[in-house]
Write a protein that binds this ligand. Structure first.
Ligand SMILES: CC(C)(COP(=O)(O)OP(=O)(O)OC[C@H]1O[C@@H](n2cnc3c(N)ncnc32)[C@H](O)[C@@H]1OP(=O)(O)O)[C@@H](O)C(=O)NCCC(=O)NCCS
Length: 178
C-alpha cells in the first residue's frame, strides 16, 4: 500500500541517488534542474513548500514504510485553481511496472482535487515515456499540445491536462497494488 508523506531535507540524498544522468533528469523533471541534481537545487524547491500558501508541494511515496517514489505539485494557483503535476518518479527500477506509480499518482490527484480543491491540472511528458503517458491517460488526462524535438530528435513533448469533471477517481490497480 502506497502512502504519501511530505518530502523533507533528510530525503534529498536519496532522491539525488535516483537520478543517474542528464537525460533521465530531463525525462523525469523537465528543464528546470541542471545535472547533476544537488542539495542546493532541491533545497531551493523545498523552501517553496514552506510558504503559508505554497505554490509547490513535494511528496515522497512509501511502500510499507520504504520510500520508493516522489511526486510534486508545482505552480499551484489558488485563484485559477490550477497546478502542474510534476516530477513523478518510482525511484528503484525494481519497483517500476507493478502499479505503484499509478497508486502514487492517484493519491496526488486526491490531494490536488479533494484537499486543495483545484479545478484543473496539467503536465508535460515525453512521448517516448509510454508507461508515464499510460498512467496519466488512465486518470483522464488528455493531450492538448504536441511539441516536437523539445531537446533533440525523439524528444517530443506532450502537454496533457485534466479537469476535475473529467477526473477518473479510481482506476484499476494491478494485484500487487491492492
Ligand atoms: C513513470 C513511472 C512513475 C510509472 O510508474 P510505474 O510504477 O512504473 O507504473 P505502473 O506500473 O503504475 O503503470 C504503468 C502503466 O504503463 C503501462 N506500460 C508500461 N510500458 C508500456 C508501453 N511500452 N506502452 C504502453 N503502456 C506501457 C503498464 O502496462 C501500466 O499500465 P496498465 O496498468 O494499464 O497495464 C515510472 O515508470 C518511473 O518512475 N519512470 C521514470 C521517471 C519518469 O519518467 N517519470 C515520469 C515523468 S513525466
Amino acid at each position: 500500500m502506497i502512502t504519501l508523506e511530505k518530502f523533507e531535507a533528510k530525503d534529498i540524498q536519496r532522491l539525488i541517488a535516483w537520478v543517474p544522468d542528464a537525460d533521465f533528469l530531463l525525462q523525469w523533471s523537465g528543464p528546470k534542474y541542471v545535472f547533476p541534481l544537488d542539495v542546493k537545487q532541491l533545497t531551493a524547491t523545498l523552501e517553496m513548500t514552506r510558504a503559508e500558501h505554497p505554490s509547490q508541494f513535494m511528496f515522497k511515496a512509501l511502500l510499507d514504510g520504504t520510500t520508493i517514489g516522489h511526486i510534486e505539485l508545482m505552480a499551484v494557483n489558488y485563484v485559477e485553481k490550477s497546478a502542474v503535476l510534476a516530477r513523478v518518479l518510482i525511484g528503484p527500477k525494481q519497483y517500476r511496472g507493478q502499479g505503484w506509480g499509478k497508486m502514487m499518482i492517484q493519491l496526488a490527484l486526491h490531494f490536488a482535487f479533494d484537499d486543495l480543491e483545484l479545478e484543473k491540472l496539467n503536465l508535460g511528458v515525453f512521448a517516448f515515456n509510454k508507461s508515464a503517458v499510460q498512467c496519466y491517460k488512465q486518470f483522464g488526462f488528455k493531450i492538448y499540445k504536441t511539441i516536437p524535438n523539445r531537446k533533440n530528435e525523439g524528444w517530443t513533448l506532450l502537454r496533457m491536462n485534466l479537469n476535475r469533471s473529467d477526473w477518473i477517481h479510481t482506476i484499476k490497480i494491478d494485484e500487487s497494488g491492492e
